[in-house]
Design a protein around this ligand. Structure first.
Ligand SMILES: Cc1cc2nc3c(=O)[nH]c(=O)nc-3n(C[C@H](O)[C@H](O)[C@H](O)COP(=O)(O)O)c2cc1C
Length: 213
């Protein structure tokens, strides 16, 4: 069993979000040492541009057209990244909230990997994802508090977006741990961090990981 840890914070050891994910990973390693954990740090990964050539290739691929050598060469980096993603069984996303949603490095990664024919296909009854049996944990932290019932809740475009886009790839089991509020008062920050770390540790059992390789 393989887990891909997608890191979408640029703050390294200072990142609150990453400190919570590290608690999840520590517990995962203690309870399920057979799970292989690979890291994809988006702040240090060169992602292929989703610009002219690769956008042209995307449309050609969707319409069953032929790619010329230059387009094919460029598209190879996109398809390899999508195939790398789909080769995993479990995903951990570490992403602070940025402007009510996700940091742009994660959006860029999603724009690269979300390819028809690799992560999902179009069928007569709508898109069908290929990652139906995979599970995902998203760990976030936010400056304010977006809990259900709060006046900020309607501004949370992060959780609904991540559910929708990875749902397109077929992932139905998506769990969230949110640390919030982080930037209102130091006392609140510490309490919210401890709460989120405990939720992250408990999340390992929720995944019901079996001993299968
Ligand atoms: C560019 C940027 C945009 C942000 N946008 C929001 C936002 O929309 N809502 C919010 O509550 N906090 C926002 N924040 C605050 C972060 O979500 C918060 O400080 C978080 O804990 C940072 O996580 P990190 O320590 O893992 O980097 C933003 C921070 C940055 C740097």
């Amino acid at each position: 069993m393989k887990l891909l840890h997608i890191i979408a914070t640029t703050r390294g050891a200072e990142s609150r979000t990453l400190s919570i994910s590290n608690e999840f990973l520590k517990t995962l390693k203690e309870k399920h040492p057979h799970v292989q954990v690979d890291e994809l740090d988006l702040s240090t990964t060169e992602l292929p541009p989703v610009l002219d050539t690769n956008v042209k290739a995307k449309y050609l691929m969707m319409m069953g057209g032929q790619l010329d050598d230059k387009t094919l060469e460029s598209w190879k980096k996109v398809s390899e990244m999508a195939e790398h993603f789909i080769s995993y069984d479990l995903f951990l996303i570490t992403a602070p909230m940025w402007n009510f949603s996700i940091p742009y490095i994660l959006k860029h990664y999603i724009d690269v990997i979300m390819q028809a024919g690799i992560l999902f296909s179009f069928t007569a009854s709508g898109p069908e994802g290929f990652a139906k049996y995979e599970k995902m944990v998203c760990i976030t932290s936010r400056g304010s508090d977006y809990s259900p019932g709060s006046h900020m809740h309607a501004m949370d475009f992060q959780e609904p977006y991540l559910r929708a886009i990875f749902g397109l790839a077929g992932i139905e089991e998506i769990h969230f741990v949110h640390a919030q509020p982080m930037d209102i008062a130091p006392g609140l920050t510490q309490a919210a961090l401890e709460k989120a770390k405990e939720e992250a540790r408990q999340m390992v059992d929720k995944l019901a990981i079996t001993a299968q390789v």
